[in-house]
Design a protein around this ligand. Structure first.
Ligand code: TXA
Ligand code: MG
Length: 361
């Protein structure tokens, strides 16, 4: 089914936002900017509206959605309860790139939003356009990232257009997003803070806000990983964030070793006749001249937040360049670097060469 997709530019934000909010209140699906990535929103209480999100994205129906709110009161109206640790985290990180999985208040949202679970994921974004849109629409907004399922998340309105034009009611263009990676999804169980998906709020920040009596457990869990106990996030089992070409991630503690391995992998692939790109850290881009058909700079090793901001756009650039093999260098896994590497590993579909060890896993 093709629909006419309206476009509301940021300069036109006051009247545009009102039209977008009216479309949402009437059961439409509208893409909008947040500080992490663009979301595809619909009234979380309206089952037929939420169904359109799954249809437009081609998203599996067992993968639940995050509900976006503009106030603490609205968050509380969706949850059955919030304990002391959850309140502490909400106070520290809302509004912001932080999502809390809470016991759902029966009837508060469509069962499609929760995919039949007894919990609901709630987030209060800090982006001014997102907040205004939620307020104007008067709805809690269910909103996954506004990409076709499996593609890199959109960090600019034109990425949404690429994936979803003709499939949704409108796009609000608020310019490039800030963080560039999705929110951190957290669930608190028995006093332990579980990171279900690493993101814009780091493990270090969570631990500092939670205090010493509430430990933070990293390591996302898949819904079907039967051997592991504890909370799980259905979404993490699906292929995500992937470019069209095959990607190989090269990691290791020694930057010189990584550069040499990247050059070697690129040379091997070119010998096989593949069109090869290197996804490079800014500091190393000069070292790859002539080593591949295209060099795409992701961001700085010294400032991994710049790589986080650019990763998804860079992956889409690789597609635009028609690359069929992408060798990507990894980043140090501290702070935002752990969310960055989580997404890069997914984009690579698990293909990783760890320099200093033998072979490719
Ligand atoms: O930054 C973000 O979080 C963006 C922007 C638009 O807000 N949204 C986003 O949504 O990334 P989405 O749908 O692409 O990812 C939602 C994640 C999935 O991994 C999903 O499995 C998990 O949150 N999730 C949602 N509800 C859940 C629940 N009740 N229990 C456990 N995990 C849940
Ligand atoms: Mg997504």
């Amino acid at each position: 089914m093709m629909t006419e997709t309206k476009y509301w530019p940021a300069e036109d934000s006051s009247s545009g936002l009102k039209e977008a909010a009216a479309a949402l209140a009437a059961g439409g699906v509208v893409a909008f900017p947040t500080e992490t990535v663009y979301g595809l929103g619909a009234d979380a209480r309206n089952t037929s509206a939420v169904a359109k999100i799954f249809e437009a994205k081609g998203r599996p129906s067992d993968n639940p959605l995050i509900v976006h709110v503009a106030s603490e009161t609205e968050a509380e109206s969706l949850a059955e309860s919030m304990n002391e640790i959850e309140r502490r985290l909400a106070r520290a990180f809302w509004p912001g790139p932080f999502t809390l999985v809470l016991p759902v208040r029966p009837g508060a949202v469509s069962p499609l939003v929760t995919a039949g679970l007894d919990t609901v994921a709630v987030r209060m974004p800090s982006h001014a356009v997102a907040r205004r849109l939620i307020e104007l629409s008067g709805c809690p907004l269910a909103a996954p990232s506004a990409n076709r399922s499996g593609r890199p998340s959109p960090t600019e309105a034109r990425h949404v257009t690429e994936d979803l034009a003709g499939r949704i009611d409108g796009i609000v263009d608020g310019g490039p997003t800030g963080v560039g990676l999705e929110s951190t999804v957290v669930r608190v169980v028995d006093g332990v803070i579980h990171i279900l998906r690493p993101g814009g709020v780091t493990r270090e920040q969570l631990q500092a806000a939670a205090g010493p009596d509430a430990p933070v457990e990293s390591g996302e869990r898949e819904a079907d990983a039967s051997a592991t106990a504890g909370p799980r996030s259905p979404g993490v089992k699906y292929t995500h964030y992937a470019p069209r070409g095959e990607m190989l991630l090269v990691t290791g503690d020694d930057p010189e070793g990584v550069v040499a391995a990247v050059r070697q992998e690129a040379a091997d692939a070119r010998r096989e006749g593949r069109r090869v790109g290197i996804l490079a850290a800014a500091e190393h881009a000069g070292r790859y001249e002539g080593a591949a058909d295209e060099i795409v700079v992701c961001g700085s090793r010294r400032a991994p937040e710049t790589a986080a901001q650019r990763l998804y756009a860079a992956l889409r650039e690789c597609d635009g360049l028609g690359l069929d093999f992408i060798v990507a260098e990894g980043y140090p896994e501290e702070g935002i670097g752990s969310a960055l590497m989580n997404r890069m590993r997914k984009a690579a579909g698990g293909r990783e060469r760890v320099v200093g060890k033998q072979g490719v896993s």
